[in-house]
Design a protein around this ligand. Sequence first.
Ligand code: AMO
Length: 429
Amino acid sequence: MRKFTAEISPKMDGEKVKLCGWIHEVRDLGGLIFLILRDREGFAQITLPKKVVDPEVFSKARKIKRESVVEIEGEVKAEEKAPNGFEIIPKKILILNEADTPLPLDVTEKVPAELDTRLDNRFLDLRRPKVQAVFRVRHQVLKSTRDFLCKEGFIEVQTPKIVSTATEGGTELFPVSYFEREAFLNQSPQLYKQMLMSAGFDRVFEIGPIFRAEQHNTTRHLNEATSIDIEVSFTDHEGVMKVLEDLIVYTCESVSNECEKFLKILNVEVEVPEKPFERISYDEALKIASKKEEIPWGEDLSTNALKLIGEEIGNFYFIVDWPTKIKPFYVMPYEEKPEISKSFDLMHSWLELASGAQRIHRYDALVESIRSRGLNPESFQFYLDSFRFGIPPHAGWGLGVERFLMSILKLNNIREATLFPRDRIRLVP
Ligand code: AMO
């Protein structure tokens, strides 16, 4: 019997309905009270003319505190002047939970708040339709990702988050105490998704948390992020770049078609990019950057350099063929030119959204590569063993969900794309 506000229309004039939600606003005009009820899907105006409604209901409405949770039963009345063309004349108002005063944050957004105050009171901040809209789009991004990858024959997996080794370099690790040993929170499902190639899964994906002890507090780094990871057997970097391109286009289309209401609230349009995405090599990227900044070959591209490249290339594009020494140990070097690797980053303007590569699949070469990074192959034995008894050539990538949302929704800060962000200073809520 309970309906969402969005399920009610002026055509239902005269029908009895039950609505549940929060009291967004109270407007008391003496002989007439308007309550604005908010639920997940929108708003409804509850109109109480003193002469028409039950006196007990009227006096209850007068005392309701904003953001209290209520259940309202009443009759739909088509009313041109009301938002969405209808109002509800209540027969019964039940206060299910009364809100305290004063509210630490104004849900109606009439009083603006700083991001920190918003995040401190995130449960209230998330009640704001504009904030909630981000997470409705996030839901659609993840749903369409699953749909797409399942359709392409990928198997969804979950790998351990408590692990014994680093994968993406040793400095960004969160240690945890694991009984009498030290363990870490996983930086990436990298080693496990590769082991599943040895296990014969052929094509896997995982959507899960990655943990990075990033020291710098930036608008594009989180300490706990969500990554969409894939790994594919019997293919190379080109093969998985195509999967990534197809996924981005599929997801943008799906968000653009299914999230119209939320995109309107956010006042953004999601552009569906054209395939294939432009590819520039690391060397070409350096050349563009050199107009402003001389970056020695073999060093990472600075944010300023990426901004310049982003301006020139724009939208979605790949930077390919990175120097082997600045990529992780598992990345496959070109046979004929081992100083560069079969690796790529997917960019949106200046923001890195994903990185991936073909992997080294020969045991000896992998041990050598681990050593060359100053790491001890013994710590990786559980992983290395899976390369000794038959592993296909394989490739994969990891795509940051929050970064992807940031780019399509044009958000200024990655924290806006996370329910409860973890950063250098924030551990609660
Ligand atoms: P990489 O370390 O580039 O690659 O991570 C992949 C993607 O994850 C996102 N990401 C982050 N997002 C927010 N805050 C962070 N601190 C953060 N760190 C990473 C980014 C990034 O592009 N194992 C490889 C992937 C692979 O080769 O399969 C990896 O983890 O969007």
